[in-house]
Ligand binder design. Structure first.
Ligand code: 0RA
Length: 631
């Protein structure tokens, strides 16, 4: 094989000292996330080789000592001696920042993406690293300690293989944790295998009993959509797909409509999940609305509904939009928003053309989609009326905050907490026990609506939900604005029984579907009331788990102890509720997060949706992990 790049392409370089001084600047953080990022950084380079059509297999191994091995069958890192630096290109790529000769804009590269810093950063942050290159019939090797080469690049033998093998051990002086999580790596590698259809990515775990997962999807993002819809009912019965390349932008879209009210559109730019959207998403959305409105007219259905809105055409939509382009610009708060302006028009025209053609050829599919969109539009109109009614009512009563809300006096949202409390009696105790300076209480009556089974209009006409939305202040749907939140802590406080856990799940479903930003911003929490109170003489102790109870009982005279199992919050008086569950100095509250939105999506569909069989299976599989599960 000939190499169509050479060592002299390599550009201006900087040493690695800066990386060890301020690691977070290069990899985001030095926690669990940063640790796993090291692996992605190396694998991205292997993926670039795959995108160049010169690599089809990547093997990642977590070794017994939590070091990582990545092997690919690409071209191998170049090893030629650089005429200016008088060192092997391999050494420069591994020891200088931004080295790599990967600066040609002819082909897009996924490495150099979000943090996109190259393998040298991984080297700088590793206690030890070894790189082996198989190239032009020979094997080359170099070892490093904290980014510094131990010796010159050596040619060690001959080989028929081509590719690169990287082994690194993250430096425990840099990282808060150095233990790898199989599932975290599996999740990202699976995603990469979907986004780069055909590439085989193997993940092995040599620790303990050993494990292996193989990810390879010939169908690419079509397989991704089908994976997302595994437990859902498709109304199109066919995943729509197109691929097109325009002005050096590679565009792939896979989509399907399912029997649900939610919208699930994941967008990617150079394999990075652009969670904040961007120009590719805007282009896609605008094209989808336009094409479906065209077909609405063509099919004569505009008599039923004159015009479909963006929300109407996205109800039940599951789609992946993946673009690959040279020089992606990442913007936004978390740098997860694609900024390249020209991409909007490119994705828009590609979508209009390809989707139009698909609908032309599949009239029965477009008909089913339009029927669904019309139902959604009718519901939207009904919801709008309901919203206007409440708005007018509020204006008349001149009282925007719900009467049930006992608000706090503090006005800075960053210091305010809202407790959503199950039941009026516990709500009463919470109102008396709270610190009214910064803690607000909203008691909820019984079970709230299961939003997974209801469309927006029904959700918006539900009294309990309306009160929650008004109390929080962000609005909902297209009017939702996280900046308007009145509290930076929203704390769900329910009884430790079956009903309580059901109400908690219903609330979590509501926040996940209608206010996911509260979760992404870390504003949603779950209170942890104690399970037991243990009285021993004058002393009163609380236990929050069975283990804690046993530990306490071991340390005291059992014959004199009396144990009370709390079933409901109402069994505690206001002072006890404050001491055990609400006092910031003593309470524990669990922050709700969703490290994996794909998995969270599936859990809510399965737990709260219509299909019975997957729910039964999920509960069987997870019965041991879940306390008080009853749905
Ligand atoms: C620099 C230049 C080129 C390839 C690579 C690095 C490379 C790095 C790694 C890391 C793991 N596997 C790898 N395979 C290749 C040459 C390609 C170009 O110029 O874009």
């Amino acid at each position: 094989m000939t190499s169509d790049y050479s060592a002299d392409k390599i550009q201006v370089l900087e040493g690695l000292e800066a990386v060890r001084k301020r690691p977070a600047m290069y990899i985001g953080s030095t926690d669990h996330n940063g640790l796993h990022h090291l692996v992605y950084e190396v694998v991205d380079n292997s993926i670039d080789e795959a995108l160049a059509g010169v690599c089809d297999t990547i093997v990642v191994t977590i070794r017994a000592d939590n070091s990582i091995e990545v092997i690919d069958n690409g071209r191998g890192i170049p090893v030629e001696i650089h005429p200016v630096y008088k060192a092997s290109a391999l050494e420069i790529v591994l020891t200088k920042l931004h080295a790599g000769g990967k600066f040609d804009n002819q082909s897009y590269k996924v490495s150099g993406g979000l943090h996109g810093v190259g393998v040298s950063v991984v080297n700088a942050l590793s206690a030890e690293m070894k790189v082996e290159v198989y190239r032009d019939g020979k094997t080359y090797v170099q070892n490093y300690v904290r980014g510094i080469p131990k010796e010159k690049v050596k040619q060690t033998g001959e080989t028929k293989k081509n590719g690169t093998r990287v082994v690194f051990k993250p430096d425990s002086k840099i990282f808060e944790t150095t233990e790898y999580n199989f599932d975290t790596l599996a999740r990202r590698l699976r995603e990469l295998a979907f986004l780069n259809g055909g590439v085989k990515i193997i993940l092995r775990d040599d620790r303990g009993k050993g494990k292996e997962s193989v990810f390879q999807f010939k169908g690419g993002i079509v397989s991704f959509v089908q994976y997302l819809n595994e437990n859902k009912v498709s109304i199109t019965k066919k995943t729509i797909f197109f691929h097109s390349v325009r002005d050096k932008v590679d565009i792939e879209v896979a989509m399907d409509y399912i029997d649900s009210y939610n919208e699930l559109v994941y967008t990617y730019a150079n394999n990075i999940n652009t969670k904040e959207g961007g120009t590719h998403l805007i282009g896609f959305k605008s094209a989808l609305t336009r094409v479906l409105n065209e077909f609405l007219k063509k099919e004569g259905l505009d008599k039923k509904m004159a015009q479909l809105s963006g929300d109407d055409v996205r109800e039940g939509l599951v789609a992946i939009v993946s673009v690959k382009l040279p020089n992606p610009q990442f913007e936004g708060q978390t740098k997860m928003k694609l900024g390249n302006g020209d991409v909007k028009g490119i994705v828009e025209s590609a979508t209009i053309e390809n989707l139009g053609q698909f609908f032309e050829e599949n009239p029965q599919v477009v008909r089913k989609i339009l029927d669904k969109c019309i139902l959604s539009a009718q519901a939207r109109l009904a919801a709008k009326k309901a919203k206007e009614l409440t708005r007018r009512k509020n204006a008349l009563e001149n009282d925007t905050l719900p009467g049930k809300l006992a608000d706090c006096s503090e006005r800075d949202p960053a210091h305010c907490e809202l407790y959503l409390v199950e039941g009026d009696s516990a709500g009463g105790s919470a109102k008396q026990g709270r610190d009214r300076g910064f803690q607000a209480i909203l008691p909820l009556k019984g079970k709230i609506l299961n939003v997974e089974k209801s469309r927006l209009d029904k959700v918006l006409s539900n009294e309990e939900i309306k009160t929650i939305i008004t109390a929080i202040g962000t609005g909902i749907g297209d009017e939702f604005d996280i900046v308007k939140t009145r509290y930076h802590k929203i704390i769900i406080m329910t009884d430790a029984d079956v009903d309580g856990s059901h109400i908690r799940t219903l609330l979590l479903t509501f926040f996940f579907r209608y206010m996911p930003e509260t979760i992404r911003n870390g504003y949603l929490y779950i209170a942890q009331p104690p399970l037991y109170s243990i009285k021993s003489g004058k002393e009163k102790l609380y236990a929050y788990t069975d283990e804690e109870r046993d530990k306490i009982l071991k340390g005291i005279d059992k014959s004199k102890a009396s144990i009370q199992r709390y079933k409901g919050l109402g069994e505690m008086n206001p002072d006890q509720l404050w001491e055990t569950t609400m006092d910031p100095a003593r309470r524990t509250i669990l922050q709700v997060n969703m490290e994996d939105e794909v998995e969270a999506e599936d859990v809510f569909t399965v737990l709260m949706g219509d299909a019975v069989e997957p729910r039964r299976k999920f509960i069987e599989d997870n019965a041991r992990n879940v306390r008080n599960l009853d749905l």
